[in-house]
Design a protein around this ligand. Structure first.
Ligand SMILES: *Cc1c(COP(=O)(O)O)cnc(C)c1O
Length: 207
């Protein structure tokens, strides 16, 4: 199943990466996929990721771990020990903390700016109108920003948000787009998503 998805091209003829979102699942349930050779995994909690992935990452250096959930500044230190990618950069305070900590640890995570496209007050993310300034700020302090990420509002057609994301990304010349989940990854592909975050379609329902 994974393999056939991997050969699906996005609209700009790039093969998107599939992040197997393994949050809540035990490492025993993830191992078959690791043994099969799948490299990219997503978690939304720092503590859970450290417990689950520290040992296995030492054994399998090809694994890329993606933080897809909210990152609190007081967890940055721990997050940078285990995550190769951060999809949820959403404030200047967090950007500064990551800049400081990546220097201390001599690491350089790849980072996506999360955008609050629906302008929903309960959701994290940078507002569209602040994106350019925020991007310049983050780059200026040494962060390796590779793209933007969004979680479209529930119960709405994701398509229009994906279209906006593609335009926003192009407007600041970023190439990576983190969007599309189990319910809407096919639409995300139409809009040039390069990182699909797929959980339940791979591992089954979460409890
Ligand atoms: C849980 C989660 C996913 C995966 O969701 P599925 O619907 O199970 O594919 C993707 N992105 C984020 C940010 C998540 O928290």
């Amino acid at each position: 199943m994974i393999k056939s998805k991997l050969t699906t091209l996005n609209n700009s003829n790039r093969i998107p990466k599939i992040i197997a979102v393994s949050k809540t699942f035990k490492i025993e349930n993830i191992l078959p996929l690791i043994d099969y050779g799948h490299q990219d995994y997503g978690e939304n909690k720092v503590q859970e990721a450290l417990e689950k992935w520290t040992d296995i990452k030492k054994q399998k250096s090809m694994i890329n771990l993606h933080l897809i959930g909210k990152l609190q500044t007081n967890k940055v230190k721990f997050a940078l020990r285990i995550f190769d990618y951060i999809h949820s950069l959403d404030s200047e305070k967090l950007a500064k903390k990551i800049a400081l900590e990546q220097q201390k640890q001599n690491v350089k995570p790849k980072i996506f700016i999360q955008i609050n496209l629906g302008e929903e007050s309960q959701k994290s993310g940078i507002m569209k109108k602040h994106l350019v300034d925020f991007y310049n700020f983050s780059k200026g302090i040494g962060l390796n920003i590779i793209g933007t990420m969004c979680i479209p509002p529930l119960d709405q057609d994701s398509t229009k948000f994906f279209g906006e994301m593609r335009e926003l990304n192009q407007s600041i010349n970023l190439t990576e787009l983190s969007m599309g989940m189990s319910s809407d990854y096919l639409q995300a592909l139409e809009y040039n998503s390069t990182y699909l975050r797929i959980g339940s379609n791979i591992f089954g329902q979460r409890f």
